[in-house]
Structure formats: C-alpha cells, structure tokens
Design a protein around this ligand. Structure first.
Ligand SMILES: Nc1ncnc2c1ncn2[C@@H]1O[C@H](COP(=O)(O)OP(=O)(O)OP(=O)(O)O)[C@@H](O)[C@H]1O
Length: 228
C-alpha cells in the first residue's frame, strides 16, 4: 500500500513493559496501515497485545520505538499537548463497556467532545441529534445511559466516538458485552456509520462471525500484525 493511501500507519512500532527485572515485549516491530473507508478486524488471543496496539495507534501510549503516522503526520516526537489535540480531533475510541457519562443524557454525551473541541452549543446539539438519528436512537436522546439497553448504550458510545468526525475509529471489543443478535445489530450500525463517513476502523473482536464481515482480518503473532 502506498503511504499516501494510508490514513494511519504504524512503522516499526515497539512496546515493552518492564516488570521488576523482566522486560516484556508486547509489540516488536509492528508495520500496519489502514486506508480510508476500510474496516479491519483484529482477532487475537487474550493477552497478546490488542489493547496495547489500539492505545498506541490512538496516541494514548507512546511507542518505545517506531512511529505512528496519522494523516501523514509523524506523531512520535510531538509534545503531549500536540498528541492530545490530534487524538481529540482525529481518533475515536469505543470500548467493550460504553463509558458514557452517567449524569448526562445521550444527546449531551455526544455534545461533550464537540464542546471540548470548541464547537458552538447549537452546532454540537445539531450534530449529536443527527448522529443519534443515524444510529436509530434519535428518540432516546434525552435518556441517561442507565435508561438505555446495552445495545442502545453501545450505539450511543459509537456515535460519540465519531462526534468530532475523526479520521480513525479504534474499537476494543465494542460488542463483547452484548448477546449475539444485539452484537450483530450494533455492528451493522457501526459499519454503516464507518462507510458513510469514510473513516478507517480497526476493531478488536473475539467474534469470528463479525470479523468475517469486515474488509480484512489481522492478528498479532510474536508482537507483529500479520494477516489472518
Ligand atoms: N501497564 C502494564 N504493565 C505491565 N504489563 C502490561 C501492562 N499493560 C499490559 N500489560 C501486559 O501486556 C500484555 C498485553 O496486554 P493487552 O491488554 O494489550 O492484551 P489484549 O490482547 O488486549 O488482552 P485482552 O484480550 O485480554 O484484553 C498482557 O500480558 C498484559 O498483562
């Protein structure tokens, strides 16, 4: 893949953890990229480094070696503030548990990242409502997370992740907490949103059925990303 096609590129990324006198190598030279509009499944056994990979790709953690290039910009040597700003604008995260703010409605949860970014309230509310409609939960906008079903909560969490129109969506077991039918339904909504917005998505999942529906499947072997 030509570098120019890539929305996000990991080049020779290494991650180690030091535990006492032991050095644990989790990522040992990851070369991997995602194209615009592409949905890729990351399927690998527990403990192999899926979360580490997602956190490093999403600029939550710094690589010990190598670099993450987001929209052509090498992020490794940037300051923490610069990385935070890029992450806020260009990366959306979804986790297994929704992590929505419990005191706020679905609509407010979607407005929050936009307000933090500096968008006017009216504009943030409009986009939040549009996204909830798109996820077919427009009628639930004024409900708090506890008043929503698990599938609805995850759809709100996915909508929130793309509220700032990021370039990349990184999801760590986004349907792992849902029954198979709801998981399939939520994945469909996620897929439609990714296709419609043209962003790139890397989705860690243990669900082989869902992985089969994505454009490509990769795994982690010996600290490297390889096709599955
Ligand atoms: N802060 C840390 N310090 C030391 N070891 C860590 C740290 N974070 C993760 N690890 C170790 O790194 C390895 C990879 O962890 P990671 O969470 O990335 O795996 P995973 O594939 O996402 O697992 P799961 O599917 O169970 O969530 C594990 O062996 C874990 O114990």
């Amino acid at each position: 893949m030509a570098a120019s096609d890539a929305v996000i590129e990991l080049k020779g990324v290494e991650r180690h953890y030091v535990q006492g006198s032991d050095k644990l190598t989790i990522l040992s030279g990851v070369d991997f990229s995602l194209r615009r509009g592409e949905i890729v499944a990351l399927v690998a056994p527990s403990g192999t480094g899926k979360s580490t990979l997602l956190h490093t790709a999403g600029l939550l953690e710094r690589p010990d070696a190598g670099d993450v290039i987001l929209a052509g910009r090498a992020c490794g040597r940037l300051s923490d503030d610069q990385r935070t700003s890029i992450r806020r604008n260009d990366v959306g995260f979804v986790y297994q548990f929704h992590h929505l703010l419990p005191e706020f409605s679905a609509l407010e949860n979607l407005m929050m990242p936009q307000l933090i970014r500096g968008l006017p309230r009216e504009e943030a509310a409009k986009r939040a409502a549009q996204l909830l409609d798109y996820m077919q939960i427009g009628k639930r906008g004024h409900h708090r997370p506890a008043e929503l079903s698990g599938g609805e909560q995850q759809r709100v969490a996915i909508a929130r992740a793309v509220a700032n129109a990021p370039l990349v969506l990184l999801a760590d077991e986004p349907t792992g907490n849902l029954d198979p039918v709801t998981a399939s339904y939520v994945f469909e909504a996620l897929e439609a949103l990714v296709r419609q917005s043209g962003l790139a998505a890397l989705i860690a999942t243990h669900n082989h059925e869902l992985a089969a529906r994505m454009d490509r499947r990769v795994t982690l072997a010996d600290g490297k990303v390889v096709p599955l």
